[in-house]
Design a protein around this ligand. Structure first.
Ligand SMILES: [Zn+2]
Length: 327
């Protein structure tokens, strides 16, 4: 995940956001608005923005957890907030459908809430807009990264405030100058980090024991950025502890030491969280793979390393520049 845009914004409306996103696409044609599949926002941004961008059906507008839990809902529930805070936190956070719905039911069962029609209406509204608020809807979306809001954008915002100084009240051109200096400093840091990465690649020696595994490891080290390479390593190591059992047009992938009941092979999935069934031609639906669009340990155990099973977003800057020749 990276920051795509910074702007000096004088009116925060759907029109402004639509204009910024379209301008980004014009400036960098490799960025496509139609590829945006999730957006986080407080209640200010509405589905009207998705309509303006023509991505209403392909993009999910999700409620930003921090804004909902710290600003929007506390305001809305007022004195009743303490009655529902934990239930709403579970609803917006939890990846499981049953847990989310039970939690909202508990909020409704609270006598204080039940006695207040406005509160009951708000709970029903939230339930009716599960696609926007419920944790389970995000958890099922490919490439969701397990995030619950626009944390990175907020961190960037705080960093800008820290850079300009609290209560900064300067001329507009001074603000632009300071922000450009900040961007320049960032670009310098990225260059330094990439140069260090190149040195590290030169010295890299794989600890794998077979020639094939060493080749794959070396390629992965050069291809992935630092974080995804870490995932590649941990998933590869976990995959070594797994076995694949062909069953019913697919495979059960589970820990090597687990006993499989020949009468009921799928029973192992009830016993062990790490056992999954992958139908032939399908990808694993475990949380790790869905979140990051990578090869999870199950996928690696079943198929070995498959490059196109990894999302392109995980390619390192250095591979982009040195191998693909992109700026
Ligand atoms: Zn998996």
């Amino acid at each position: 995940m990276v920051i795509l845009a910074e702007c000096a914004c004088f009116s925060e409306t759907n029109e402004t956001y639509a204009w910024i996103l379209k301008a980004m696409q014009e400036m960098e044609p490799r960025f496509k608005v139609c590829n945006i599949t999730m957006m986080f926002s407080d209640e200010g941004v509405t589905v009207g923005l998705l309509q303006k961008l023509g991505i209403k059906d392909s993009c999910m507008l999700c409620a930003d957890e921090w804004h909902m839990m710290n600003e929007v809902w506390p305001d809305k529930f007022g004195g009743y907030w303490q009655h529902v805070v934990n239930y709403l936190r579970t609803y917006i956070h939890h990846p499981d459908t049953v847990t989310c719905n039970e939690s909202l039911q508990k909020a409704l069962d609270n006598p204080g809430i039940r006695a207040n029609p406005e509160m009951v209406e708000e709970i029903y509204r939230v339930h009716g807009a599960a696609k926007r608020y419920a944790g389970y809807t995000r958890a099922g979306r490919d490439g969701n990264l397990g995030v619950h809001g626009s944390t990175l954008a907020e961190v960037n915002h705080s960093s800008i405030v820290a850079h300009l100084g609290l209560g900064s009240c300067q001329r507009l051109e001074d603000q632009f100058q300071k922000l450009l200096e900040r961007a320049q400093e960032f670009a310098k840091k990225v260059r330094e980090r990439n140069d260090l990465f190149r040195l590290e690649l030169d010295r890299f020696e794989s600890q794998e024991t077979t020639q094939v595994a060493r080749e794959v490891d070396k390629f992965a080290k050069s291809y992935f950025a630092v974080l995804p390479y870490g995932w590649f390593r941990s998933e590869t190591d976990s995959a070594k502890k797994l076995k694949c059992i062909p069953f019913n047009g697919g495979n059960i992938v589970c820990r090597k030491h687990l006993q499989i009941d020949p009468e009921d092979p799928m029973e192992v999935m009830n016993r062990c969280k790490e056992a999954v069934f992958i139908k032939k031609g399908d990808r694993c639906r475990c949380l790790e793979r869905v979140r990051r669009l990578i090869q999870c340990s199950h996928d690696l155990a079943l198929n070995g390393f498959v490059l196109h099973h990894w999302d392109k977003r995980w390619i390192s800057d250095v591979y982009h520049q040195d191998v693909l020749g992109l700026p």
